[in-house]
Write a protein that binds this ligand. Structure first.
Ligand code: UDP
Ligand code: MG
Length: 141
């Protein structure tokens, strides 16, 4: 059975461009409950830890520089079938391939600066949420 939690980050350029409010509204309108939320900034090392799965990819170093370049907003979202439904809401990794109306189609600047992160599995959603929120067991059933 699929879980009801996913994790997202609004990435630096989407925050600095002032799209946080619009993106958050789109998330809530789509039926996700925001159960944890934090504006913060990642160091280059923390960004590297978050994206460790991509450490051997050519874009890793540039991605870490980008993700530590400004403030991000981390959120834990709750909804039935959260991981899959949120991936649908945000659209393809490459905004040029994202469906009309998706968050990445609307607010991304490039493949790297693609507005938001979204977990790719229930297991990773819990790991990623735990990366930012230490009191998770208090609000995840
Ligand atoms: N990324 C990039 N170049 C690529 C692929 C990915 O800069 O060729 C960045 C992009 O910001 C993406 C992140 O690395 O969101 C993580 O990549 P992943 O394949 O996990 O995509 P996602 O799960 O975010 O859709
Ligand atoms: Mg991914």
């Amino acid at each position: 059975m699929s879980g009801n939690i996913t994790f997202t980050m609004i990435k630096p350029e989407a925050v600095s461009d002032g799209y946080s409010g619009a993106i958050t509204e789109k998330i809530e309108t789509a039926g996700f409950e925001i159960i944890a939320m934090k504006m913060t900034r990642l160091s280059n090392n923390r960004a590297g830890e978050f994206y460790m799965v991509h450490k051997d990819r050519p874009f890793y170093s540039s991605l870490c520089d980008y993700m530590s370049s400004g403030k991000i907003i981390a959120m834990v979202l709750k909804k039935d079938n959260a991981v899959e439904d949120y991936r649908t809401l945000i659209g393809a990794t490459d905004p040029e391939k994202a469906e009309e109306g998706t968050i990445r189609k609307l607010y991304a600047k490039s493949l790297q600066s693609n507005a938001v992160h979204g977990s790719d599995s229930d297991e990773n959603a819990k790991i990623e949420a735990g990366f930012f929120f230490s009191d998770l067991e208090l609000f995840i059933d």
